[in-house]
Write a protein that binds this ligand. Structure first.
Ligand code: TXA
Ligand code: MG
Length: 349
């Protein structure tokens, strides 16, 4: 057990406490671990140029060491020192950085093999969150950071959930309030000067990416379960992910059909429910309804999904149900996370 220092940053604070950030940066430079807020989810950070720091990150998460880490940089051009960039990288950077986009490119020797799990590529992200940026700048090195959850659990989107998983495992936790987006970054691999492969969908959608490059291929594992022995483009895709302990089921069908299916279920279950369906659901069901915004507001479901999955475990529900989102726009990222969280249990009505 490590003694973890937890510090609260004032919500929405634009002025950064420079002493605090320097203290966190010094921890990183001494080889320690700091959890920090980003606009997507919280990150479990270590010095990306220190081979031992990556080992510590894997140990703190209980993560297999063959699942590589994203390196976080303060400015898109910092990628030059760690990767072989390209004109498409700079087009993507101009359009989406800083922000929730991670780009996979050939790695240089400046990044240790423990960070890339020995792959010839490295994933680079330039976050928007002011605390994340200030921390990277103060450290003067890129920060290797996976999501700050124990391996297999949903990514943390608030400090309480970080503390649940990481207290005693890291040196410091910076509490920046709720993560704005609530889903991890979009990951793309650059294929050539006009095409990328989408490895993980996020707030930056295929349509957004198409504004910058001609072809956006979608890796098969984004939408489907992996077949046994299938080769994955991104090692993280092969692990069971985001799963709550409560059995989680997705319902595909009209709200009327979902509600009559649910009415036949027993036990103390809960349902994620769009605002427009609440009158119907509450008239027919006595279970707990968890409001997730309107169907036209997928950003609200994105913001609340991981939070809700973790809280559902704490409440001891017998099961959790949710409507299966359409895999379009931000819905693609929701679909991708929800089919994994539900271990592909989709009930078609
Ligand atoms: O929003 C995010 O991306 C958050 C915040 C903290 O920045 N980070 C995050 O990291 O989600 P992590 O480690 O939980 O997920 C990174 C994913 C993993 O599935 C990993 O397999 C994949 O990125 N990845 C990392 N390096 C890769 C590479 N060189 N090639 C392909 N996939 C890679
Ligand atoms: Mg993760």
């Amino acid at each position: 057990m490590i003694k973890t220092k937890i510090v609260e940053l004032k919500a929405g604070q634009k002025e950064i406490d420079a002493d605090l950030i320097q203290e966190a940066a010094d921890i990183l430079l001494r080889g320690g671990l700091v959890v920090f807020p980003t606009e997507t989810v919280y990150g479990l950070g270590g010095n990306a140029t220190d081979p031992m720091a990556a080992e510590k990150i894997y140990a703190a998460k209980g993560r297999p060491a063959d699942n590589p880490l994203i390196i976080h940089i303060a400015d898109p051009s910092d990628a030059e020192r760690y990767t072989v960039t390209s004109t498409l990288y700079y087009r993507l950077a101009k359009a989406f950085m800083p922000g929730p986009l991670t780009v996979v490119m050939p790695v240089r020797e400046t990044i240790p093999k423990t960070v890339t799990a020995g792959l010839p590529t490295v994933a680079v992200r330039c976050p928007l969150h002011h605390t994340a940026r200030a921390l990277i700048r103060a450290a003067g090195v890129p920060i290797a950071a996976p999501s700050a959850n124990l391996s297999g659990s949903p990514s943390p989107t608030c400090c309480a959930h970080v503390i649940d998983d990481m207290q005693g495992r890291v040196d410091m936790i910076l509490d920046g309030g709720e993560s704005e987006i609530g889903l991890e970054s979009t990951i793309v691999k650059i294929e050539d000067d006009n095409s990328v492969t989408l490895l993980r969908p996020g707030a930056i959608t295929p349509k957004d990416l198409e504004k910058v490059c001609d072809k956006v291929y979608i890796a098969p594992a984004v939408l489907n379960a992996l077949k046994p022995g299938e080769i994955v483009l991104s090692p993280g895709m092969k692990y069971k992910h985001y799963a709550p302990k409560v059995p989680f089921f997705l319902l595909s069908g009209a709200p009327e059909k979902c509600v009559s299916y649910l009415a036949d279920q027993t036990g103390n279950y809960a349902v994620l429910c769009y605002e427009e369906d609440i009158p119907l659901y509450s008239a027919m069901l006595s279970c707990q309804l968890i409001a997730v915004g309107k169907k036209s507001e997928p950003d609200i479901l994105a913001h609340r999904l991981f939070y809700t999955l973790r809280e559902a475990d704490k409440q001891g529900f017998s099961a959790l149900y949710a409507p299966l989102p359409r895999p379009e726009g931000l819905g693609l990222a929701l679909y991708n996370r929800m089919i994994r969280a539900a271990a592909h249990h989709i009930i078609t009505l």
